[in-house]
Design a protein around this ligand. Structure first.
Ligand code: UDX
Length: 448
């Protein structure tokens, strides 16, 4: 089939490359000439493991093309995916749909023959109706059906998530379009990924409900971690203890510095707005948003407390800046608020991240960027592990300690075990675990 992606950002590029890999003929479109020129040249604008190879292999095989010529790409296509950004709108936090609506109008002008228009961007419930209205306004003769097909992939694991999804949700109210979408996803569905057909509004809301539920799950365990710290309980064991209950499940129960990234913060906020618009306040989601915002700054205060309550003039080393490992994405990363809190308190911040420093430089002022973890530690009154990159999982602890001014290590991802840190002479502070006691869960994991 001939598929066209409007928008060659994270979702458009990953989906386009994966669809091409399934054997479809894919054209990725973007407004940015620089981005398209780079992609034609084999350069990938984002850091995503495996993506460069997937793009180059499929481009060489002639199944994946890049262009700025939207009209030609749409005219030829059986299916057009809208995969443009829906950032938070300045001022009210609602999803900014201007790119989606502009794409809808451009597609309507160019479309020929029966074409399925698929919204892959995360859009509030009811957006498909508006996309359809715009298309009919611009081109009343267009033979199109508008479908919702939200994308659930995670950064850093995007290709695997796309190729081995837990489910594919397709919001469709037309039999012809249903046949086309079944064909599009045939390779996955043959791999037994459940293809789930719903109403269009249901599919749109399912994406937000999924992200909000995961954000809520993380926030719940983060609050439990705070309570564990006050009561001497161990949050990793609590997480394991509840996660083994199949009704709860073990995933997304890692306590940490709060969720960040390009989806959870923006989508939870947009869902809150949708609830308000429909006179249905979503209080659990509202509370999740506010707890998570406060948590990021409170992590800064946790570091200050670990330094005896005063960081004025002290060097604090930060390991990891991105919102999670295996990405260069800094959007809503907890590191931003943590560093701000430390700087407000007079600390000198040194940091290293394997992929995030280029983006961080444009977002955080007054940080001294280093070459590796050991340079970060030099003269530091405290080293803080903020993002659990593999590079920080097996640090040479004696070497790290030797260059620190004060050997305090704050582990906001519970990567290390208290015993090994203490054996290396480090004062160890983690999340929701009593000092000096290792988790039974961590011990079991290490033994596996
Ligand atoms: C998320 C959703 O998982 C994905 O389905 C959706 O399509 C986009 O949003 P992503 O933002 O790439 O994906 O990252 P994810 O791995 O979900 O992590 C999000 C944030 O939650 C990160 O900051 C991560 O550190 C945090 N997190 C995750 C925790 O703090 N604890 C956990 O147990 C899991």
């Amino acid at each position: 089939m001939r598929l066209t992606m409007i928008g060659s950002g994270y979702v458009g590029l990953v989906s386009g490359a994966c669809f091409a890999d399934f054997g479809h003929e894919v054209t990725c479109v973007d407004l940015s000439e620089a981005k398209i020129a780079a992609l034609q040249d084999g350069q990938i604008p984002i850091f995503e493991p495996g993506l460069e190879t997937l793009v180059s292999e499929n481009a060489e095989a002639g199944r994946l093309r890049f262009t700025t010529d939207l009209a030609a790409a749409v005219a030829d296509a059986d299916v057009v995916f809208i995969a443009v950004g829906t950032p938070s709108r300045r001022g009210d936090g609602h999803a900014d749909l201007s790119y989606v609506y502009a794409a809808a109008a451009d597609i309507a002008r160019a479309v020929t023959g029966f074409t399925v228009i698929v919204t892959k961007s995360t859009v509030p419930v009811g957006t498909g109706d508006e996309v359809e209205r715009i298309m009919r306004d611009v081109n009343p003769d267009a033979d199109v059906v508008v479908v919702s097909n939200p994308e659930f992939l995670r950064e850093g694991a995007a290709i695997d998530d796309f190729k081995r999804p837990d489910r594919i949700v397709i919001g469709i109210e037309d039999e012809r379009a249903r046949e086309v979408m079944t064909e599009v996803y045939r390779p996955l569905y043959l791999n037994q990924a459940p293809l789930m057909f719903t109403g269009r509004r249901t599919a749109e809301l399912t994406k937000y409900a999924g992200n909000a539920f995961l954000a809520l799950k993380i926030t719940f365990i983060n609050e439990m971690a705070d309570l564990c710290e006050k009561t001497g309980a161990n949050v990793q064991d609590v997480a394991r203890g509840i996660g083994l209950d199949k009704r709860i499940g073990p995933k997304f129960l890692n306590a940490g510095p709060g969720y960040g990234g390009s989806c959870f913060p923006k989508d939870t906020l947009a869902l809150v707005k949708t609830g308000q618009d429909h006179d249905t306040p979503l209080r659990l989601v509202e509370t999740t948003v506010s707890i998570n915002d406060q948590r990021k700054r409170s992590m800064g205060r946790k570091v200050i407390a670990a330094c005896g309550g005063d960081v004025r003039g002290k060097a604090i080393g930060i390991l990891g800046l991105t919102f999670k490992p295996n990405t260069d994405d800094m959007r809503d990363a907890p590191s931003i608020a943590i560093i701000q809190t430390l700087r407000d308190a007079g600390a000198k911040v040194r940091a290293f991240d394997p992929e995030g420093m280029a983006m961080a430089r444009g977002m955080i002022d007054g940080v001294e960027y280093c070459q590796d973890a050991y340079e970060v530690a030099q003269g530091a009154a405290c080293v803080v592990l903020v993002t659990e990159w593999n590079a920080f999982r097996s640090l040479d602890l004696p070497r790290l300690k030797a260059s620190m001014a004060v050997p305090t290590f704050v582990d906001l991802r519970n990567v290390y075990r208290a015993r090994e840190m203490e054996a290396a002479g480090l004062t160890y502070v983690s999340i929701g675990r009593p000092a000096g006691v290792d988790s039974d869960a961590a011990a079991a994991e290490a033994a596996e």
